[in-house]
Design a protein around this ligand. Structure first.
Ligand SMILES: C[S@@+](CC[C@H](N)C(=O)[O-])C[C@H]1O[C@@H](n2cnc3c(N)ncnc32)[C@H](O)[C@@H]1O
Length: 291
């Protein structure tokens, strides 16, 4: 089959579901991933013949996309902060908004650089390890710890740390269980605590797309409608114990609950509580300093 015909097949089968631009992007990502043909090469050689076995692999991608499986799970890979991460159904696909959170943490980390001391950073709910690994790569003078309740997610995160040559210490723990708070990590001496915890209420499912709902792990996404800030409350309590004075807390938050989440921090020992918008103009990040 020619490149041209395969591209036509993608559009013919998928445009109605995803729209022309996204399908074009799927096609290019797939061709680059399996055949090393980038956007430019594809445009220059529309008549290039694709071998039968390769056509089969690429058609299989099309079939899975038609069933709403995210392209990142199909290819087993996602990009985040300029790094490649292995992903499977045990971990959330890293999001662009989270890159903004990481950029904030790195900018803060740079202000703390000192010749004498290493920083201690903890990422709560690490999933694929995207936050912790990006921080370890970009703040080389930090000890980075990352925890998750999911053992399956930690298998993926550890593999990602290996592939990206990043030093991160992973911990299997449930942040909602206070008995696990005294594990032996950076005890009471954290400079930075960062978290993108589960924050989507079940009631928000109605507005979510099937590729997310049917594929990404519920454990990573959802909280009860009547207690949507559970993780923020627990992590804030944890932070009051474990962050050092002047230490910084970085949260990714539910865009619809910015004011309520901010209010939570006002009740605790924090100052400089700042709600920040993402590139789409939604309340997405909350930062605060431990008093
Ligand atoms: C929204 S995902 C974030 C994943 C990753 N940090 C990211 O930004 O792409 C939340 C993560 O929290 C983990 N998690 C859920 N409940 C938890 C708990 N009780 N204790 C620790 N981690 C938990 C999930 O397994 C999931 O990996």
């Amino acid at each position: 089959m020619k490149v041209l015909d395969l591209r036509y097949e993608f559009h013919n089968e998928l445009d109605q579901i995803y729209g022309k631009d996204e399908v074009d992007s799927f096609f290019c990502i797939t061709m680059e991933h399996y055949l090393g043909l980038n956007r430019f090469k594809l445009a220059m050689a529309p008549d290039q013949l694709i071998k039968t076995e390769d056509t089969k692999v690429i058609t299989d991608v099309l079939i899975q996309l038609k069933k709403h499986r995210p392209i990142q799970y199909i290819l087993g890979q996602a990009e985040f902060f300029g790094l490649k991460f292995m992903v499977d159904e045990h971990v959330l696909i890293p999001r662009q908004e989270t890159e903004e959170l990481v950029a904030l943490v790195i900018a803060h980390g740079k202000t703390l650089k000192s010749d004498r001391k290493r920083l201690n950073i903890l990422d709560i709910g690490t999933g694929s390890g995207c936050i912790a690994i990006s921080l370890a790569k970009n703040i080389p003078y930090a000890n980075v710890y990352a925890l998750d309740v999911s053992k399956d997610a930690l298998v993926v995160a550890k593999e990602n740390a290996k592939r990206n040559n990043a030093a991160v210490e992973f911990i299997n723990a449930n942040i909602l269980d206070e008995d696990s708070w005294n594990l032996n990590y950076a005890n009471s001496d954290l400079d930075i605590l960062v978290s993108n915890p589960p924050y989507v209420r079940h009631l928000e499912k109605a507005s979510m797309k099937p590729n997310v709902l049917e594929n990404e792990p519920g454990l990573a996404l959802f909280v009860e409608n009547d207690d949507p800030l559970l993780f923020y409350r627990k992590i804030t309590d944890f932070a009051t114990q474990k962050l050092k004075k002047g230490g910084q807390l970085f949260f990714e938050i539910n865009q619809y609950l910015g004011a309520e989440t901010k209010q939570l921090l006002h009740k605790e020992n924090f100052s400089q509580i700042t709600l920040r918008k993402d590139l789409n103009g939604n309340d997405r990040m909350l930062t605060a300093e431990k008093i």
